[in-house]
Design a protein around this ligand. Structure first.
Ligand SMILES: NC(=O)c1ccc[n+]([C@@H]2O[C@H](COP(=O)([O-])OP(=O)(O)OC[C@H]3O[C@@H](n4cnc5c(N)ncnc54)[C@H](OP(=O)(O)O)[C@@H]3O)[C@@H](O)[C@H]2O)c1
Length: 251
């Protein structure tokens, strides 16, 4: 039985990933922080070949706890994350450290532990859920964009380095996905504000990400619309349009 470790498995993209793998007979280690949400998701998943692990991934010590309890999986999905909002010059140290640990340094520490073991086994895959925000400016979410860009740069560099060792690292760069993230980040207004054609489903993210990962690709942008428009992301008009469509009303 193939084994996967998914961070942020209690909801959204991580939960959909767990469901996808459960339907394909994988054993899954499910990592998230809130016990009630984890148990609720576990009940809904209703899959005996899985185990919940409760860790607050905003602390780097949690990674040491995970790696000392979970042996090297066949697939690591570094997914856990939350939106971080803050206008220029108003980003407080606590948010900076939190975002860094949860979505940049923590995933790196996790991957740096398992990767050499995958290379030794000559088999394994790593998937990093970054964001389209790694490719296009995100006004009032600069810290989020920064950690997502950083982890993107890390993952795609790694893949070039190791792909010939039968181990792959694939960075997924989703645009808007209907999950709990917007409500949890104080951006619930975006659920109404963002046009319906701009949303990608969690299932689509997983199918396209898994397909890219199995092919050993460094990166994937789920959704044809985002993929096609990404070539224009550096154009001034695209940035202006994106800023208009995404306007944040917090802080
Ligand atoms: N949805 C989008 O539009 C979108 C777009 C691009 C990228 N992404 C990325 O996709 C990833 C998944 O987000 P989602 O949209 O699926 O959001 P979500 O539905 O809110 O799920 C987030 C998951 O991350 C976990 N998590 C959050 N903080 C944690 C912490 N401190 N320790 C452990 N686990 C923690 C949550 O667990 P608890 O319930 O225990 O807190 C939950 O399982 C994130 O990295 C996000 O940046 C999302």
């Amino acid at each position: 039985m193939k084994r996967a470790l998914i961070t942020g498995s209690s909801s959204g993209i991580g939960y959909a990933y767990a469901k996808y793998l459960s339907e394909r007979g994988w054993y899954i280690d499910l990592v998230s922080q809130n016990i009630d949400r984890a148990e609720e998701a576990y009940k809904t998943l209703n899959y005996e070949h899985s185990k919940i692990h409760i860790h607050d991934l905003s602390s780097l010590d949690s990674i040491t706890e995970i790696t000392s309890n979970i042996s090297t999986p066949d697939l690591v999905v570094a997914n856990a994350g939350i939106g971080i909002n803050g206008a220029a010059g108003r980003n407080i140290n606590e948010d900076i450290e939190f975002a860094n640990n949860l979505m940049f340094a923590g995933p790196i520490k996790l991957i740096e532990y398992y990767l050499p073991r995958m290379i030794e086994k000559k088999s394994g895959r790593v998937v990093i859920i970054s964001s389209i925000g790694a490719l296009i400016p995100m006004p009032k979410s600069a810290i989020y964009a920064a950690v997502k860009s950083g982890i993107y740069a890390y993952g795609r560099s790694l893949n070039e380095e190791i792909v010939e060792k039968n181990v792959s690292v694939t960075v997924s760069l989703p645009g808007y996905v209907k999950t709990n993230i917007h409500k949890r980040s104080g951006l619930a207004h975006l659920e109404k504000q963002i046009a319906s054609w701009m949303w990608v489903t969690p299932q689509q993210v997983i199918e396209e990400t898994e397909s890219a990962s199995i092919k050993g690709l460094s990166e994937v942008i789920p959704g044809r619309l985002y993929r096609l428009t990404s070539i224009f992301f550096n154009f001034k008009v695209t940035k202006m349009l994106w800023k208009f469509l995404n306007s944040r009303n917090k802080k």
